[in-house]
Every structure is written in structure tokens, then in C-alpha cells.
Write a protein that binds this ligand. Structure first.
Ligand code: F6R
Length: 251
């Protein structure tokens, strides 16, 4: 826990202002250095206020994403990119379509990759991250199972991008968005814990009391594959952005 920097704010909106500022600095510094900023992105409810703030910075303060490359954590297997619940659709609606990022520079695993090509697709995703120079800053949420990306309990610390089965708790958390559990995919492609831990900076956000218990387990408990987010305790540059209710069990 000692190395982890925890920022607690009254609201998610306040917490993301600081994180968006850090992203702005990173993007501008990379621009000055004549290289692209490589961002790891997440989907779900948690990053929504961050994406809103980044869109605001783009519109009102001329923050450009033209020199940014992105890699998303995960995608549901079996969903075409234009499916309303695909993470590709999510990213377009919530972020990409509202800023000046080059769509060619936005990477998300392909949920429709044919069965026999899944392994090669995952290896290519890893290679693309490497060729981009590695992830400068990875945005993360946390699932109630302790997952990061879709690395459910039992995922090894050195796991890489791969096909995974979704935990039942994760599927039931996603059920309202899919209009019922039966429609929630059972599998996904996710960056591995090792892929995530290779990022230079990790920034995890969590809002609301229903994340309090898993945050305590992940950051005050032992480092264990049973709580994949606990691996973050061993990374050198981690910051947690929490609202008051999420931080409720952190002391
Ligand atoms: C999303 C992802 C997941 C979510 C987590 C929390 O790309 O990788 O790990 O961050 O399931 O989801 P929300 O934010 O909806 O509570």
C-alpha cells in the first residue's frame, strides 16, 4: 500500500479533473518531444466523467488528440463493432467521436475474430502495443470481482492479451445494459494483468459504496491472483482516484 497514492474527492467529477490534467500534460509533453502519447483506455460506467472532462478540454481548451494512440483493455467476444453494447460503440459514443483522434490510432480487440484466429489476434495486439512504444498511462476501473480489464479471479500476474470467460458476478453487473443476463456474452478478449502492469503509469478510478469492499481487499489485503487488482500494489507508479463512498473501507 505504501507506494500507492490515493486521491479521495467528494465527487467523481472533481476527482477526474486532476486525472484529465495529468493526461493533458502527458499529451502536450509527448507533442513537444515529437512522439505520440500511448494511452490505455477502459470502458464501463467509471471512466464516463473522465471522458466528459477530456471532451470539454478538447472543446474549450484546445486539447488535441491528434498525437494520441489508444489501446482499450477489452472487448466482448461475439459482438460486432457496431453492436450497441460493444466496447467499440461505447468508445465512439463516449469519447472518440467527440475529439480529433485519428480513428486509425484507436485499438480495441476484435470481438468478431474467427475462433481459429483468436490467439494470433491477441499476439498481434500485444505486438501493436510494443511497436507503439508501450503504454504511457493506463486508465483502469475495478470490477466487484477484483478484475482489471476482464482479468477475473485466478488470472496470473504475467498473463497477456487472451480469450477469457467472464465471471457470473461480472455478467450480472452487465445484465441491465444488455436487457437481461441471457444476452450478456460469456467470453471476452482482454489485455492480461502482465500487459496492464507493463504500462508506465496506472491510474485506477472507482466511485460509489459498492466498490468499497473490493478496494479494501485489492489495496489493503494480500497480493493474490484471487484479486487481480491487488497486483497493482507491486507497480511503481499507481494512483487511485476515489470518491468518498468508494474510499469508505480504505482505513
Ligand atoms: C472495462 C473494464 C472493466 C471495468 C470494470 C468496472 O473496460 O475493463 O474492468 O473497468 O468492470 O466497470 P464499471 O466501471 O462499469 O463499474
Amino acid at each position: 500500500m505504501s507506494r500507492i497514492d490515493v486521491r479521495i474527492q467528494a465527487s467523481a467529477e472533481e476527482a477526474v479533473r486532476e486525472l484529465a490534467g495529468e493526461l493533458r500534460e502527458l499529451i502536450r509533453r509527448c507533442q513537444d518531444e515529437g512522439r505520440r502519447a500511448v494511452l490505455g483506455l477502459a470502458t464501463g460506467r467509471t471512466p464516463l466523467p473522465l471522458y466528459s472532462e477530456l471532451i470539454r478540454l478538447h472543446r474549450e481548451e484546445e486539447l488535441s488528440f491528434r498525437n494520441v494512440i489508444t489501446f482499450n483493455l477489452d472487448e466482448y467476444l461475439g459482438l460486432p463493432p457496431d453492436h450497441p453494447q460493444s466496447y467499440r460503440s461505447f468508445m465512439r459514443e463516449q469519447f472518440f467521436d467527440h475529439v480529433d483522434i485519428d480513428p486509425e490510432c484507436t485499438h480495441i480487440p476484435d470481438g468478431m475474430v474467427p475462433e481459429e484466429e483468436v490467439v494470433a489476434h491477441c499476439e498481434a495486439y500485444e505486438r501493436a502495443i510494443e511497436e507503439a512504444g508501450g503504454i504511457d498511462l493506463q486508465i483502469l476501473g475495478i470490477g466487484r470481482t477484483g478484475h482489471i480489464g476482464f482479468n477475473e479471479p485466478g488470472s496470473p500476474a504475467d498473463s497477456r492479451t487472451r480469450r477469457v470467460a467472464l465471471d457470473e458476478m461480472t455478467r450480472s453487473d452487465a445484465a441491465p445494459a444488455f436487457d437481461g443476463l441471457a444476452k450478456v456474452p460469456t467470453e471476452a478478449i482482454t489485455m492480461g494483468c502482465g500487459t496492464i502492469l507493463a504500462a508506465a503509469r496506472l491510474r485506477l478510478m472507482a466511485w460509489g459504496a459498492n466498490k468499497a469492499e473490493i478496494l479494501r481487499k485489492a489495496f489493503l489485503g494480500p497480493v493474490t491472483a484471487e484479486v487481480p487488482a491487488s497486483f497493482l500494489q507491486e507497480h511503481e507508479d499507481v494512483r487511485l482516484f476515489l470518491d468518498g463512498p468508494a474510499a469508505g473501507e480504505m482505513d
